[in-house]
Design a protein around this ligand. Sequence first.
Ligand code: F6R
Length: 616
Amino acid sequence: MCGIIGYIGMQEAYPIVIKGLKRLEYRGYDSAGIALYDNDDIQLYKTKGKVAELENLVSETTVSGSIGLGHTRWATHGVPNDVNSHPHFSNSGDLVIIHNGIIENYAPLKEELTKRGYVFHSDTDTEVLVNLIEDVKKSNNISLFEALPIALNQCVGAYAIAVFDRTNPEEVIVAKLGSPLAIGVGAYEKEFFIASDASPFIEYTNNAIYLEDGELASIKLGQGVEIVKITDGQNVDPYVQKLQLNLEQIEKGGFDHFMLKEIYEQPNAILDTYRGRLLPDEGIVKMAGVDDHIERFTKAKRIIIVACGTSWHAGLVAEYIFEEFARIPVEVEYASEFRYRNPIIDKDDIVIAISQSGETADTMAALKLAKEKGAFLFGVCNVVGSSISRITDAGAYTHAGPEIGVASTKAFTTQIVVLSLIALRIAKEKGSMGHKDYHYLLHEMEQIPSKVKIALEENDKIKEIAQAYKDAANFLYLGRGFNFPVALEGALKLKEISYIHAEGYPAAEMKHGPIALVDEQMPVVVIATRKGHYEKVVSNIQELKSRKGKIIGIVPKGDVQVKQIADHVIEIPETLEPFTPLLSTISLQLLSYHIAVLLEKNVDQPRNLAKSVTVE
Ligand code: F6R
């Protein structure tokens, strides 16, 4: 978490850094700060709160400088306040640092530095790091570039840092381990941008260098980027990538919130995800990442899916899909649990990591563990070039486009699409599915974008339902089969953006305990698809109704039975059962969105959360 941005060039840094911070605010937004270098002086402004508050603070003064470092924070060490905000100075005031990550062994380092006379003003691990760097630099009488590897080799944890030294103002040094860091290379190497992702600099350049773990780079105006390995100082050739991202993709485009924009982008996002891969008329699915390793997939004894949050829910949907289509046993693991036990992994197992950001620390750590145990790693990521996409042996991108709203929406549906395509590809190769069913599924997948559009047409009705239940203290979400994970996802969406307590359950589990919660105050959202044990779900609804629960049914178009007993129904188009999650999810996303808006919550940046969870 935390977003970092830096600029070194010929323009005024302040507007570039502030705009960049706003784009990175999804990564953390409890405090923000900026340091600007001008005429041998470093001006530092930082404050608790959002980037807008930093702007207010700075508006009272005149700022200038063509070198700037900015930070938007998601607190790890030390509460969100002005002092703990970044950037941080070293004791001499010569060095200034911004940091995304955690220095786990900061306590013993701090103790040692305190003994050596260093004084700390904040509770942060970052202030310890900048003073450690200063100590190494001063005691060895070496440059910042030489001191950084020595200091970083003493640190345990994760970081993406940018450090500036007032005594050598032509250079900014960056380093990365575990947290993302991109360097934007401007025209004629006359300016450089440093950022947690490319969104802050995309309007200036589409040339970017993504630093790898364990790399350190010196960025010098007019001279370019020099990269070395932190462990042994070995030179690395900078690889400049051409980015596909455009500005329009990272702006709101007339929607009130990124979340709503991203919900409405799903028809196109799904289309982009299967474009070129799904060829129904030819009866094939083409995916290079799977095709190149098809034997591994067909011979796999087991697939282990590791992920967190919404991506974990996509993994649960994939469990049903893989087992149904490809007849391969699947286990879905919370990455954070998987990595801390001693999982049994066989060389014939495939470990699939699902991650929108491709940077989630727990998922990365789970992959590293699986790699050590010899598993074949496959990544399903949205962010191109992300850490997870790089550590895996093969993978398939979701192509959903940038997801800025903290609550994941289009990432979830496109993950399900990619995973369905993989399962279909394997099914065809293995012959694990009837010819007719296989072809139906291929053709039906092609219809999903237009069906998502129809599901979105229920928006006004969903808004009315949201109005009726926005003050409820609790919600239950129920589903069965393919839609049980959707119930979990619906509950998570509501919790995270409206702060209403919600639980997801398999509908049939109610009678084993949770039905005790149901009374006239309890809204229960029930997904009742035609082939999803419909009759049984109808009975479950009757049971809830007899306890006076308020039923919101998600039903296929034209349904009559649920309509008769439910308090409200939201219709979705008919589709083949394995693809119903792609439609039922849309209704639940809209429901939580409208409730949160009506409750005047910050939909795109809910409290305590951040988009990219790069701490463990
Ligand atoms: C919920 C949400 C989170 C993420 C989780 C994993 O809306 O966004 O639960 O799904 O933090 O993130 P990724 O997919 O980036 O690994």
